[in-house]
Write a protein that binds this ligand. Structure first.
Ligand code: SF4
Length: 642
């Protein structure tokens, strides 16, 4: 077996390990961050289990640490107290980015990790099967439920040779993205192998698995070897190490080879992580801002390299250099060994340990600015400035460019510094609050920003409602539930967010839906494309949406609708879309029976109340999803299962 198969087999709860087939795996560890965590914990509370059943669950505060109003502070306090009550470790604001801290303090080779963040695969750098998922899936996993996914195909990525000076792990994953594109990993696990693996440290491996998310991969994984053991030992956790390697005769579905010594410094140009060029190819690109940090590139060795390159120099007068070390451990070590002083002396602006600029929370670039970032995503507008041009680079290229004021190949800096991995990291977990041994007496604090989220009920005999809105093709989760710096603090307040649901398409929609007491959404092709944002299902549920009838759905959004008990119906005849007008009334008769039949491939008929005409639709669901819909969503289904 390969490593992926070993990890899945040792956690398999149900299903056959045949690519594409649904399997269920046991989850050992979970992580959440504040932006998705509030909802995940509200959902966990609703399941009604007093203590988490995982080996380790950790709640991080890293995404939105700006406290420009009471909302984020409310969320942080809620997460801290709910974590204490239910057996979850709480990483305080300032302790660092979830993936960096988890790698340092909690990740264990051979274990499964489910995180409510798409970059959870960072844990693959230490030999975990680490997968990003929606908050509800994580809540269910905390309650002891299995995680369901399609058995992935496994792509072996053979690394040969060794990186040249000035070429980094970031350039390796940019090279993989150049070859495979942002869709190249869909349905796959990228499993790294070959002689080159042992030349990469755990933080370097984690940079590569982190950005496997940009390939669309289920996850990425490295073996657990002597390098992994040395990292864990330096973190004071040698006992957490186990060896993990593929069998000599392991079989893979695909294979690619990357010659490490042939890679050059690369850059992902606006506005996609797979829009790759060589740094040396781009001439005279003036740079306005350089941001170093994020869960991709904020390890101790990354930051020490940055400090070594900045030492005794000054940042170009036209560049704003902002640096966010990935964790308190990293920041503390930089402070203790003097490297922080070198960074500050050079003119860098030091931010607290967190996501910050990566998610657009502060440090938005100027209008039309060129911003070089060591992050993983450069989608248009993510920086907080729609007109900004964001380029993704390694820390080495970032510093070289900050010093010259234009995109610069780090080779021009002369001899590359060699930063050894420390034999001992500075371990001080005083910003990680353990849960109360007995949680019964802990009072969960809910400020006014913590509002109950909508819950669905069992499928009624008939589902009735009007067409509340009719939208075009390719509606994104950003259209359905906009997420911007103004709305992000309301992630725990679905009733508030619902007033913005689908407003980019039709500002009157929330009011109309409320007045009608709910109904149906009519949509074109690829409805719900974009992120895994659960709120794009929760906000419609809050407004009483019972079904979406579309020409087709984006996969993750369709799963989110099912998880919330909203029927994702697909037109059998696309011309029926043309004939529907906003205000038309519909009924789905014998709803439960029709849903049961749909799991066997039968048609679901939606009847027009006025004409009696039947519109045939399909529900492309598994038997488990049928049961989830019948129960009124995953939460009810889980409660019933328990
Ligand atoms: Fe997400 Fe950026 Fe934070 Fe990483 S640093 S978890 S990519 S917001």
């Amino acid at each position: 077996m390969n490593i992926t198969e070993k990890l899945i087999k040792s956690h398999l709860v149900s299903g056959e390990m045949i690519p594409g087939k649904e399997i269920a795996i046991k989850i050992d560890q979970t992580l959440t961050q504040d932006s998705t965590g509030t909802m995940a914990y509200l959902q966990f509370e609703a399941i009604g289990i007093p203590r988490v059943k995982t080996e380790k669950s950790v709640a991080y505060i890293d995404h939105n640490t700006l406290q420009t109003g009471f909302e984020n502070a409310d969320d942080h306090k809620y997460i801290q107290t709910v974590a204490k009550k239910h057996g979850i470790y709480f990483s305080k604001p300032g302790n660092g980015i979830c993936h960096q801290v988890h790698l340092e303090r909690f990740g264990k080779p051979g274990k499964t990790l489910l995180g409510s963040d798409s970059h959870t695969p960072t844990g693959g750098g230490i030999g975990m099967l680490a997968i990003g998922a929606g908050g509800l899936d994580v809540a269910v996993a905390m309650g002891g439920g299995a995680y369901y996914l399609a058995m992935p195909r496994v792509c072996r990525v053979v690394l040969t040779g060794k990186l040249s000076p000035w070429v980094t792990a970031k350039d390796v994953i940019l090279e993989v993205l150049r070859r495979l594109s942002v869709k190249g990993g869909v349905g796959k696990v990228m499993e790294y192998a070959g002689e080159g693996v042992k030349t990469l440290s755990v933080p370097q491996r984690a940079t590569i698995t982190n950005m496997g998310a940009e390939l669309g991969a289920t996850t990425s994984v490295f073996p657990s070897d002597e390098v992994t053991k040395a990292f864990l030992k330096a973190q004071g956790r040698e006992e957490d190490w186990v060896e993990l390697k593929a069998d000599d005769d392991a079989i893979y579905d695909e294979e690619i080879t990357i010659a490490l010594d042939e890679i050059e410094p690369l850059v992902a140009c606006p506005h996609s992580p797979d829009n790759i060029k060589k740094v040396s190819e781009i001439k005279d690109l003036a740079v306005d801002q350089v941001a170093i940090g994020s869960c991709t590139n904020s390890s101790y060795t990354d930051m020490m390299t940055v400090a070594a390159l900045l030492k005794g120099k000054t940042v170009d007068p036209n560049v704003s250099l902002v640096i966010a070390p990935g964790s308190k451990q990293v920041m503390n070590m930089l402070a203790a060994n003097g490297a922080l002083a070198d960074i500050i002396s050079a003119g860098a602006r030091i931010l607290e340990c967190g996501c910050g600029p990566c998610i657009g929370m502060g440090q938005a670039p100027a209008t039309n600015a060129v911003s070089l970032r060591t992050i993983n995503r450069n989608f248009e507008g993510r920086s907080g400035t729609k007109s900004a041009q964001v380029y993704i680079v390694s820390p080495e290229t970032a510093v070289a460019s900050a010093l010259t004021g234009k995109l610069t190949d780090p080779h021009t800096l002369g001899e590359a510094p060699v930063i050894p991995m420390p034999e001992e990291f500075m371990v001080n977990d005083n910003l990680i609050i353990p849960p109360a041994p007995e949680g019964e007496c802990v009072k969960v604090v809910r400020g006014p920003n913590i509002q109950p989220f909508p819950k669905n009920t069992k499928v009624p005999k008939e589902i009735k409602g009007g067409a509340l809105i009719k939208v075009d093709d390719n509606i994104t989760t950003d259209h359905i539930m906009p997420s911007n710096a103004k709305l992000l603090p309301f992630r725990s307040n679905v009733p508030y967010l619902a007033d913005y649901c689908l407003t980019p398409c039709d500002p009157e929609f929330p009011a109309r839906a409320k007045k009608a007491g709910g109904g149906f959404i009519i949509a074109g092709q690829n409805y719900g494309q974009g992120s895994s944002r659960e709120h794009a299902a929760l906000a419609p549920l809050q407004l009483g949406v019972k079904a979406v009838i579309a020409k087709s759905f984006a996969r993750i959004h369709m799963a989110n609708l099912i998880n919330n008990g909203i029927l994702p119906l697909v037109f059998v005849n696309e011309w029926d879309y043309d004939n529907i007008k906003v205000g038309d009334e519909f009924v789905i008769k014998y709803a439960a029976d029709q849903i049961k039949g749909a799991a066997q491939g039968q048609i679901v008929n939606v009847t027009c109340v006025k004409t009696g005409e039947e519109i045939p639709t399909r529900l492309n669901i598994s038997e488990r999803q049928r049961d989830i819909l019948l129960a009124g969503g995953l939460l009810n289904y889980t409660k019933e299962s328990n």
